[in-house]
Design a protein around this ligand. Structure first.
Ligand code: PHB
Length: 395
């Protein structure tokens, strides 16, 4: 009888074959393909300086540490969302669905980060927040990991220092959206707990703010200090109007979250900024060998531009991604990558940094800094350090 293959067995064999061959074939293919990182930033519009800083820092990281990790090439796909959340969400969706990015990164403002929460949760794609700073972002998806800062970290530290350094009557002025609300609440809670009194709580709009009428109210309230949060960028206008309206001459001190004396624009602020006290996680003047090297390399590759906290968030974000890929040996499963990001700890140009394994949020030193002129330039000079500050809202 001629040999007739058993049709059942053939089917079995056929279906067994891809099963057996698939892992190694797929693995070989994946290893040959680049690991894609979708970097979504405001490169145009009012927050373009954030995009410019982070993009430059990501490129510096690739130049210093190479474009391959665990045998795979890294490919960064930079996309401009102009600082508009609808764009961020659409672009992130395209990067995940069409470009098959392994990781998303960037997010210049809180609403931009929050807009991708449902997408990254559903697609299981990690998103590294390099700029946005509202506390609740990391709680809104298990795939968010943050290398920037949180407003409760800076504002509560500022409040603690202010109350312990003779300030009892303060007015707060914040930009009216997520991080501003966080700043107002954290500052007020901590300041009151330390015996201080907030005389008035003022909020200015995010887009095209006119600080003048608010500063007049501050003058009238005659506090010992004005606590401010404005996102990186409008700080220069605020500082100019603060002095133009004579608040400094009236003996009102300026204190705040460090975004207001952003290193990117500090030198353009002039002497009106001298003496401003802020709490923050990064100063270009941070005194460490690693930071000196970072500032020098950043300036050398960006026509003398001074790196700000956005740049360090981008630089450290790339390190977190790279280190996670090393731990997974180049595999890009989203859950494995997030797990490999949790608990990472290393020295950053800002000082020591840890990604809290439970919250995926950044833990780092918060410094009190005073604006001083040194060698003809304005700097945020660190005068006191609060060690390993966690986001106070999430213990
Ligand atoms: C934010 O939108 O979360 C944000 C942006 C700029 C800052 C701080 C916070 O300087």
């Amino acid at each position: 009888m001629p040999h007739r293959p058993d049709p059942r067995r053939r089917t079995l064999l056929l279906s067994a074959l891809p099963l057996a061959a698939a892992p190694s074939l797929a693995w070989a293919q994946a290893a040959a393909e680049p690991v894609k990182i979708g970097l979504v930033l405001p490169m145009t519009g009012p927050f373009a300086s954030t995009g410019r800083q982070i993009d430059a820092a990501v490129r510096l990281h690739l130049a210093q540490f190479g474009t391959s990790v665990a045998g795979r090439r890294l490919e960064v796909l930079l996309r401009d969302d102009s600082g508009v959340a609808d764009n961020t969400r659409r672009i992130a969706q395209e990067l995940v669905a069409n470009d098959k990015v392994a990781v998303l990164a960037g997010f210049g403002l809180t609403p931009l980060a929050l807009s991708v929460g449902p997408l990254i949760t559903q697609a299981k794609v990690p998103a590294v927040v390099m700029a946005a700073a509202t506390s609740s972002i990391t709680a809104s998806s298990p795939f968010f990991v943050r290398t920037s800062v949180t407003l409760p970290q800076t504002a509560s530290t500022m409040a603690e220092w202010a109350a312990k350094n003779g300030l009892q009557r303060v007015v707060t002025l914040v930009t009216d959206y997520g991080p501003g609300i966080d700043a107002e609440k954290s500052f007020t809670d901590r300041f009151q707990r330390n015996g201080g009194r907030v005389l008035e709580s003022l909020r200015v709009p995010l887009r095209n703010p006119d600080f003048a009428p608010f500063l007049q109210r501050v003058r009238d309230a005659a506090p010992q200090a004005l606590f401010v949060f404005v996102p990186a960028g409008p700080g220069a206008a605020l500082m100019k109007q603060f002095t133009e309206r004579g608040l400094d001459k009236a003996g009102i001190r300026l204190i705040g979250d460090g975004s207001v004396t952003d290193d990117d624009i500090l030198n353009d602020m002039g002497d009106g900024a001298l003496g401003a006290i802020t709490a923050f996680h990064y100063s270009a003047a941070h005194d460490s060998a690693m930071n000196r090297q970072f500032v020098q390399a950043f300036k050398a590759t960006n026509k003398g531009l001074r790196p700000n906290f956005m740049a360090v968030g981008g630089f450290d974000g790339m390190r977190v991604i790279r280190q996670a890929l090393e731990a997974t040996r180049g595999q890009t499963d989203g859950e494995a990558l997030v797990n490999a990001m949790k608990g990472q700890s290393f020295e950053s140009p800002r000082g020591p940094l840890t990604i809290d394994a439970a919250t995926r949020d950044v833990v780092h030193d918060i410094y009190i800094r005073r604006v001083e002129r040194r060698d003809g330039e304005l700097w945020n000079v660190e005068i006191e350090t609060f060690k390993a500050v966690k986001d106070p809202g999430r213990g």
